[in-house]
Write a protein that binds this ligand. Structure first.
Ligand code: MN
Length: 754
């Protein structure tokens, strides 16, 4: 790749700084930071092939355009030195002092805090990379889900902002330049970096009210994420531009003149539409480009607040205002302190015109947002402490950092940030006079959970401004809220609080805490229920005495029997599956016995579909000996009878042992095919005509033989003793369940032996 020439130089940056604000000493500090950074990065190149220092200068230039203090600009020049060069934070501190060193450290930390959100020791993984342009979060493998990565970055971001918001200005400047040069980054990175910018850095810029940076980050992200749509919209804009600009010129001239007649001095500018915001509006309002772009917008800057309202009054009486389009953000600033009056009218050509009206101070605020509060004037940073908005702003940042500590997992954190932070806020007071910052629409319950989890759980009522209030009452900025709690220490929330139709809880944070409480309660209930239902089933099958829960849980991949019970209680696992597993294990055990028996006995292996394979004599008629009743799996031997085929005895049957040398003795083994065992069962039922028929039909439908039936009826209660031939525990379980479903049957279970 050919190195590109860049016009960026430190001289340009210095020339851009207003004489009256930045002293000679300020300029020297910036120069010195430049020399140190330049030397440290000297051997390094960007993806573009440019010397690395160009990036540092570009970052400093963006910070200069935000009119930041010389310390911040110097820190901007140095922002990658600790990260990517041999310089340490100690070096920076020695050379430039505590304040600059801590800014650089903040930016470094923002890039390289541990990348794994949950208790993983792989902190600082991948930090060896010496080229961090748009490299943050390059370890997705460690974090796994994308949501986790976003959460982790947001977390870092908010913590950094809460500590010193100027770190965020540097980070945004860094990201902005990386986005401006993203076309030089390797292709596979571009989309990912753009996505992250759109999900994290643009919202942060918006939250900080830095409109300029927000727009540019959004449009650049959009360019890489959806190049075709981007091209389509920008071409449409270009096509319309000449006509539109002519119109705007005409409107501007007319407005200035009309306002001057009213003694209102104004400066008017057309408002550029941003590609991504047009796209978003097209999506949201489901409108075509034509429809949206048709709306012209101008911005009026007038001398003072009274002039804003006079201008608004004049405009709204000259043209027909559109219903619901008048907003007074002067009396009610947006959460990021944005102030202006908004109106939309039907202009002379019968088409809509949007107008924003503001003072020069409001204009600076709208463009620079939080950065305006830190602007550098005549050798000092503006007097931020007199600013009420500033206090609230800082409180918001604190909340964002707190959110992280409360969130149960990363995804929930992202959710809570999206729902709770990037929305309008209200500010209410605790009884002690502390300000609590909540999303607009919050209720006393949200407030209670915000104060403390146990206050939330024990909340039973609220006093708002000293008056008893219902829990669903929406809080307003300035309300004094006192929560009434029950004394009962283990009290919990009400189910109703989660009922979304009642709308008692509005914040994700409170909702999460309530859910957690119920989940804990449910877990213990589910565990008990799961245990009871498994025990019941095992009793029914006569397996209760012999079951080993520890072994069973492990076999089914649960850590403990409790986990197994919980899974059954929560219906994640059915008792049928557990029984099936027990059956299969039993089969396996039998199989092994049979196999070892075969190894010891067989000389020739015959295949047969018969119950019993008679070694060497295929397809012989066999009967079970009545003397010893051999069970499948037991060692057996065959005795050739006259006219009745082969009788199968247990190999330890006295009749066999007596005839050991007899030539009529055969080696036989159990076949591998399904075989059945007789199992006695007991059925209790209220007697009725046809009951036994129904039961036997149900059993034979399952292809199961009944070998013995015995019915006792006593006081209308029938005790039916059956012996059925089943292949497995699973089959037994199934048939017992089917029998229990027959009308009048109370219980069906395996008979206890003996
Ligand atoms: Mn950088």
């Amino acid at each position: 790749m050919q190195p590109i020439k860049s016009a960026v130089s430190i001289e340009n940056v210095l020339a851009q700084l207003p004489e009256e604000r930045y002293t000679e000493t300020d300029r020297e500090l910036i120069q010195r930071a430049y020399r140190v950074a330049e030397e440290a990065h000297r051997e390094q190149k960007r993806h573009s092939g440019e010397p690395y220092i160009i990036h540092c200068i570009a970052v400093a230039e963006i910070l200069a355009s935000l009119k930041q203090s010389p310390e911040v600009i110097a820190a901007g020049l140095l922002h990658d030195t600790v990260e990517d060069t041999s310089l340490t934070n100690e070096d920076i501190k020695r050379e430039f002092g505590e304040s600059i060193a801590s800014l650089v450290e903040g930016v470094t930390k923002l890039t390289h805090m541990p990348r794994v959100s949950r208790g993983d020791q792989h902190a600082e993984a991948n930090s060896a990379s010496n080229d961090n342009e748009a490299e943050e979060l390059d370890a997705p493998a460690l974090l796994g889900r994308k949501e986790d990565m976003i959460a982790e970055t947001l977390r870092k971001t908010f913590i950094a902002m809460g500590k010193d918001v100027r770190v965020m200005f540097i980070k945004l400047a860094d990201r902005l330049h990386n986005m401006r040069t993203l076309n030089f980054a390797p292709e596979h990175k571009r989309k990912r970096v753009a996505q992250q910018t759109l999900e994290i850095f643009a919202p942060v810029a918006s939250r900080l009210g830095i409109a300029q940076i927000k727009w540019e980050l959004e449009d650049l992200s959009f360019l890489y994420l959806d190049p075709e749509k981007f091209k389509e919209i920008s071409e449409q804009i270009a096509e319309k531009r000449p006509e539109r600009e002519a119109q705007i010129e005409e409107i501007k001239e007319k407005l200035v003149k009309l306002l001057a007649d009213q003694n209102i001095k104004s400066e008017i500018s057309g408002r550029p539409k941003h590609i991504y915001s047009i796209y978003r509006k097209m999506q949201k309002k489901n409108k075509s480009f034509e429809k949206l772009y048709d709306i012209r917008a101008v911005r009026l800057v007038v001398d003072d607040i009274p002039s804003c309202y006079s201008a608004l009054g004049f405009i709204n009486t000259t043209w027909q205002p559109l219903h619901g389009e008048i907003d007074d953000y002067i009396s009610f600033p947006k959460h990021n302190f944005y102030q202006s009056l908004h109106t939309a009218v039907i202009y002379e050509d019968n088409r809509p015109l949007e107008i924003q009206i503001r003072t020069p101070e409001m204009h600076v605020n709208a463009e620079y947002g939080a950065a305006a509060h830190w602007q550098y004037k005549e050798g000092r940073v503006s007097d931020k402490h007199s600013d009420k908005h500033y206090e609230m702003f800082i409180s918001t940042l604190r909340t964002m950092a707190d959110l992280e500590a409360e969130a149960r997992d990363a995804a929930e954190f992202v959710e809570s940030v999206r729902n709770d932070v990037f929305q309008d806020r209200i500010y209410v007071f605790t009884p002690r006079g502390d300000i609590i910052d909540l999303p607009a629409g919050s209720t006393s319950i949200d407030f209670a959970y915000h104060v403390h989890t146990t206050v939330g759980h024990r909340c039973r009522g609220a006093r708002i401004n000293s008056k008893l209030a219902s829990l669903e009452q929406e809080l307003k900025t300035g309300d004094h809220v006192e929560i009434l709690t029950t004394k009962q220490l283990d009290a919990g929330p009400s189910r109703d609080w989660l009922n979304s139709s009642l709308n008692l809880v509005r914040t994700q944070r409170a909702r999460g805490k309530i859910k957690t409480w119920f989940k804990k309660q449910e877990d213990s209930l589910n565990l008990a229920q799961g245990r009871a239902s498994l025990e019941g089933e095992l009793r029914k099958l006569g397996l209760f005495e012999s079951v080993n829960y520890e072994k069973l849980a492990r076999g089914l991949s649960f850590k403990t029997p409790d986990d197994l019970f919980l899974a059954i209680g929560k219906s994640d696992l059915t008792t049928y599956k557990v029984i099936k597993y027990i059956g299969e294990e039993e089969e396996k055990a039998k199989q092994q016995e049979t196999e070892s028996f075969q190894v010891g006995q067989a000389t020739v292996s015959a295949t047969s579909t018969d119950l019993i394979e008679v070694v060497g004599l295929k397809g012989m008629l066999t009967t079970m000996a009545k003397c010893c009743n051999p069970m499948p799996g037991e060692p057996i031997a065959g005795f050739v009878t006259r006219g009745r085929g082969v009788t199968i005895h247990r190999s330890d049957c006295p009749n066999i042992l007596q005839n050991k040398e007899n030539e009529r003795l055969l080696k036989v083994v159990w076949g591998k095919q399904e075989r059945t065992s007789p199992v006695p069962i007991i059925i209790r039922a209220y007697d009725r005509p046809g009951l036994v028929t129904d039961i036997s039909k149900k059993i034979s439908d399952e292809n199961i033989n009944i070998t013995k039936v015995n019915v006792h009826v006593n006081n209308n209660m029938a005790n039916i003793h059956l012996t059925i031939e089943v292949k497995s525990i699973t089959q037994l379980s199934k048939v017992l369940t089917l029998i229990e479903k027959i009308d009048n049957v109370v219980k069906a279970q395996r008979a206890k032996p003996g």
